[in-house]
Design a protein around this ligand. Sequence first.
Ligand code: GCB
Length: 607
Amino acid sequence: VAGQGILYPIESESRAVHYLDGIWNFRLANESDSDVGHREGWYRQELRKTGQTIQMPVPASYNDITEDKAVRDHVGVVWYDRTFYVPRTWSSPNMKIWLRFGGVHYAADVFVNGELVVRHTGGHIPFQSEVTSILQYGRKNLISVAVNNILTHITVPQGSLEKLQTDSGPKIVQYYKFDFFNYAGIHRSVVLYTTPSVYIDDISVNTDINEDTGVIKYNVSAGGEPTNHSTVSVSLLDRDENYVIRDVMGNEGNLRVPQAKLWWPYLMDPDPAYLYTLEVRLSTKDEVLEDVYRLPVGIRKLGWGNSSVTINGKPIYIRGFGRHEDSEIRGKGHDFPLITRDYNLIKWLGANAYRTSHYPYSEEIMDFADREGIMIIDECPGVDIGSYGFSAELLEAHKTALTRLHQRDKNRPSVVMWSVANEALTSLQGASDYFHAIADHMKVLESSRPITMAINALYDMDLVGQFMDVISFNRYNAWYSNSGRTDTITNNVKEEAKNWHKKYNKPVLMTEYGGDTIAGLHLSPEYIWSEEYQAKLLSKHFEAFDELRSERFFIGEMIWNFADFNTAQTYVRAGGNKKGIFTRNRQPKASALLVRKRYWAIAEELD
Ligand code: GCB
């Protein structure tokens, strides 16, 4: 449907991109009167004229930038603004200008030159608005953004607002059950970009393999006012930019690529992550410019059954972890040096996969996965769903979150599974109908990837595994249960995996296990919170996995977590969650070396 696309803003001969990242002005709205800025019209003029502002980087979470607890722990609305210029040359009846946000947590109201241009809810997904008629060309423009971090019983994820009696009177506090800090702000890039007035709104690709021929099924939709005279043509280029297929007409069809180079995960092939480029052209017979968009395409085929998930016909064995978008100072803000180092560490470990626990990660992070051959279990923000009840409104919000995630990531070869939730309360009454509806929704959106969900209910209590294609389970043996008793791990893990398989007859994956570890704390014989303990805890799991690997249904292992990360303040967290095999600053703990040895050994054996 036209107007639904959210293609990544790329430059081309028909498109210019202008980043609005940098230092913006910033102001908190009063916690006890969150509406004050809206009511008083703070967006009608520069924020500094309505009160005192401070400088705030974009992209970044605002929480850890200052020395002020009121900023870190703020509940409700904050305001950002900046001014910018738009070149006079952008003013043309043949051009449209778009304002696009990669992600703002949690809800955003965006104003340009005092006019509301878009409202969006859902902290991890891009949104945009056409602003052609609102901009002032060759003159100064003002952009103002009100960001609200409040989570309720019907947001995804859920949270709860409660009143706390403090020494200075009652205060509203945000509570949530999930185990990561509710960072907020303009987390990803803000861009202005141009398209011709009739433009490529969306592209969908789906790939298949027929012997050694790759098949790319594509669909292009146009936006603006496409007339009968507008035509779509597509071409395919190989990695060296040679045309493989040229100028096929039509907005949908199948491209056949003889002797196709397939997209393989990291290490399953000496030349993993092969990407073609689909070059899409939309032209009209009028004066309007031709639009050109280039989309990377990996040709691969997924399959799944009762005991395996396959890629290009070969069963996959997942070796990876759960992660977070999290780092010092910037919180959940996008940062190229950080994500580049993360991928270097992932490859250094010999890992081949991770889960985007517990929300969609930035598009830039996903691009790396496509280019490096890292398989992604793409998780929607449905973490701890049901903690504050299941309701019809929640279900709608959850479906919307899945629709948008799918819309954004549907073309990515790296995405090998959708995860519809993490640790929902799946043994509660109500969970069954709820997740039946969620699974149906996902299957309508798409049927070419398996769906899963990270479950922590006990296998005999769970009500929803029946709706999934792959059973993922999280379990903290010798941490939350039997702390200190690493001698209970191996058997428990083996038994549990087998029981899940017995119950549902589906492939089984362990998506979380681990223990908190303070880097530099050494206690021997191993004792909880020490580096020695983490290494022992992981190695006891490895013993279970090695035995399970001979059982065909067990398809992978994921450590919790890749790196330490920040959480809400509680007495079970020492400066955040410390279950990383890397510190928050991405330096290895002893366990990282152990994992590296294991993942490379498995790669050599299986890939
Ligand atoms: C879990 C959650 C994850 C937590 C982890 C922990 O089960 O899925 O979000 O961080 O446990 O460390 O407690």
